[in-house]
Design a protein around this ligand. Structure first.
Ligand code: AMP
Ligand code: ZN
Ligand code: FE
Ligand code: FE
Length: 281
């Protein structure tokens, strides 16, 4: 089984990179991608835990914003970790998540929620990419809400009065950067509409022009009809089709391997990177 999208304590997952790899081995996965938000901090630890039949795909899920303000997540897989421009792009996004969180805390304070940046830091793993799930955890610790899920259904939703976006590259810039670092770009859950406004079919042409390689079709947040529509787009534009769990440990309901990628699609995707960067014992 091939699962090309999973998070760790280096962003908003709840398992360390080592625990994630161990879990993948226990589940009998053949290929696992580590894709923390805007970070490659977990690559080394995850790589050192690889054994048995597991192949580890180094990756990251890059937060993007279109010029119209639509939030898009781009999976960058198999890129060169020493590419300075790539690292700078990830750094800039991570940095901008701090003032963004300060603003969200200010809005929540004005709305009567007594929460501080220190509260968030105290529930967050060291070195993690700061995100709304950590804010949700702090709100849970202070008993304002009962779960991350509840937070994302209301208070911290993209449409909420407390939501603030952070600086992020456009999807086209992110794709071009991933490709110039030798990796492959797969757009994550493009039609997951409950997160807010999404791209539509006509937007895919410019992504392909920028170098997009694949579409994450099989994902928990896509309905049967959304999957069918995306499959048709992928066929039409000759893009690789992937499926993945978007596993976050106990931070989300998603189970490791609950959606997976066809081996033929994975072989094709891997061949589009400029070097073999899969980690295998
Ligand atoms: P941010 O990157 O700070 O804007 O936060 C978005 C992150 O929150 C995404 O990566 C999602 O994985 C996570 N997220 C979205 N919805 C939920 C949910 N219902 N429960 C837990 N985490 C969620
Ligand atoms: Zn996440
Ligand atoms: Fe995502
Ligand atoms: Fe994700």
């Amino acid at each position: 089984m091939i699962d090309l999208h999973a998070h760790t304590t280096c962003s908003d997952g709840t398992e360390t990179p080592r625990q994630l790899v161990n879990n993948a081995i226990i589940h009998g996965l053949s290929v696992l991608a580590i894709t923390d938000h805007d970070s490659i901090a977990g690559w080394q630890e995850a790589s050192s835990a690889v054994r048995g039949n597991l192949s580890l795909v180094p990756g990251a899920e890059i937060s993007c914003l279109t010029l119209d303000g639509i939030s898009v997540h781009m999976l960058g897989l198999l890129f060169d970790a020493s590419n300075a421009q790539m690292l700078r792009m990830l750094d800039e996004t991570r940095d901008s998540r701090i003032p963004r969180m300060v603003k969200m805390v200010e809005l929540l304070n004005a709305g009567g929620y007594d929460i501080t940046m220190e509260d968030i830091e105290s529930v967050m793993p060291t070195g993690a990419t700061l995100g709304r799930p950590h804010l949700a955890d702090a709100l849970v610790a202070k008993k304002f809400i009962s779960s991350r899920d509840e937070a994302f259904k209301g208070l911290l939703n993209n449409d909420s009065e407390y939501y603030v976006s952070h600086m992020a590259p456009t999807p086209e810039v992110a794709i071009a950067q991933i490709r110039s670092a030798g990796g492959v770009a797969v757009i994550a859950h493009p039609f997951a509409s409950h997160r807010g406004e999404t791209l539509d079919t006509s937007n895919f042409d410019s992504l392909v022009a920028a170098g997009l390689n694949g579409i994450e079709v099989d994902h928990r947040d896509h309905s049967t009809s959304e999957r069918a529509a995306l499959r048709a787009i992928a066929k039409d534009l000759d893009l690789v089709i992937t499926g993945s769990s978007d596993y976050h440990g106990t931070g989300k309901l998603n189970l490791l391997g609950e959606n997976s990628t066809d081996p033929g699609e994975w072989t094709r995707l891997e061949s589009l990177a400029n070097a073999r960067r899969v980690v295998k014992l």
